[in-house]
Write a protein that binds this ligand. Structure first.
Ligand code: NAP
Length: 291
């Protein structure tokens, strides 16, 4: 059996079109949505990724301001920049790009991104709001998995979903979003023991561990839908997911590809989150209300 592929590109395009339409509406009302990306590294692949966000934003009519502080930026400089961007009315969305310079603590920085501009759900307040079901931006990758589930009409309510990975940027927020969809969620991590004890009986498996080939055909059943969040760069520079494509393809019902799956949806969601933030901020300015 060959698993049904779950490509993300068409969905990414739909989301990007929505962001472009939103940006056009906002522009006609005199507001150009603006995304700020803070970078503090000389890592080439990070700069390549940031430029790809910039190109996507500009093609959607969103201004993208790259704030490149260089690889020697201190924690204090980063805090000041994030606080200033948070206070600046013309900036609607803020992304803090990792990796950061050695010794800079990401946990100390993300709390300085205003929650209403935290379009990649990095501030712990955003995760807290999500946990209690209040409006907040979820990390774009976690939201991208939910968009894939909706787009491909994968049932999750009342079904068993296993999330492999418990990071604050993917696994945990995704588990919260899946609970909101009435899924029965199990979160596995490096101390969970044999994964197949959980994954084999699951209807949906989302793997987000950053371990190439972690999930194999032996871990899934013929009714498993597998969504692969893993983005691993191999020594030859190519990208691979956390699922072993050949063996999972031979057993599972469906599998999202890497590249061309969740990752492509993630970038377009950053744009859509920016236009949503811009709309809500302009509404708050008019009404004087906070979210
Ligand atoms: P992370 O912070 O390193 O977290 C990895 C998680 O996987 C941890 O919870 C870890 O468990 C768990 N894990 C590691 N080895 C495991 C094993 N053998 N069995 C079970 N669980 C295991 O990584 P992350 O930032 O969440 O990213 C995860 C993957 O998603 C990476 O490949 C990353 O590149 C990718 N990613 C993709 C996108 C996208 O847009 N597509 C965006 C963000 C991240 P412990 O907690 O016990 O250590």
């Amino acid at each position: 059996m060959n698993a049904t592929p779950l490509p993300g590109k068409a969905l990414a395009k739909l989301i990007q079109e929505k962001a472009r339409a939103d940006a056009k509406d906002l522009g006609e009302a005199g507001q150009r949505p603006t995304l700020a990306v803070v970078v503090a590294t000389d890592d080439g692949s990070t700069h390549w990724y940031v430029r790809s966000i910039e190109r996507a934003a500009e093609s959607a009519g969103i201004a993208c301001r790259i704030v490149d502080l260089g690889p020697d930026a201190t924690e204090q400089v980063l805090i000041t920049v994030l606080s200033d961007l948070s206070a600046e009315p013309s900036v609607n969305g803020i992304i803090l790009q990792t990796p950061l310079p050695p010794g800079v603590r990401v946990d100390e920085l993300v709390g300085h991104i205003a929650p209403e501009k935290d379009i990649d759900g990095a501030n712990p307040l955003s995760l807290g709001l999500l946990a209690v079901g209040r409006p907040a931006f979820a990390p774009a990758t976690a939201r991208a998995v939910i968009e894939m589930i909706d787009h491909f009409e994968i049932p999750v309510a009342g079904r068993s979903v296993v999330v492999v990975g418990r990071s604050a940027v993917v696994g945990k927020p995704l588990a919260l979003l899946l609970l909101q969809r009435d899924a029965t969620v199990t979160v596995c991590h490096s101390r969970s023991g044999p994964l197949e004890n959980y994954t084999k009986a699951a209807d949906v498996v989302v793997v987000a561990a950053g371990r190439p080939g972690l999930l194999t055909g032996d871990h899934v059943s013929n009714r498993s839908v597998v969504i692969d969040v893993g983005t691993n760069v191999l020594p030859d520079g190519s990208l691979t997911g956390d699922a072993d494509e050949t063996s999972v393809n031979a057993v599972a019902a469906a599998l999202s590809p890497v590249p061309g799956g969740v990752g492509s949806v993630t970038t377009s969601l950053l744009l859509l989150h920016t236009t949503i933030a811009a709309r809500e901020q302009s509404h708050a300015l008019v009404t004087g209300s906070l979210r």
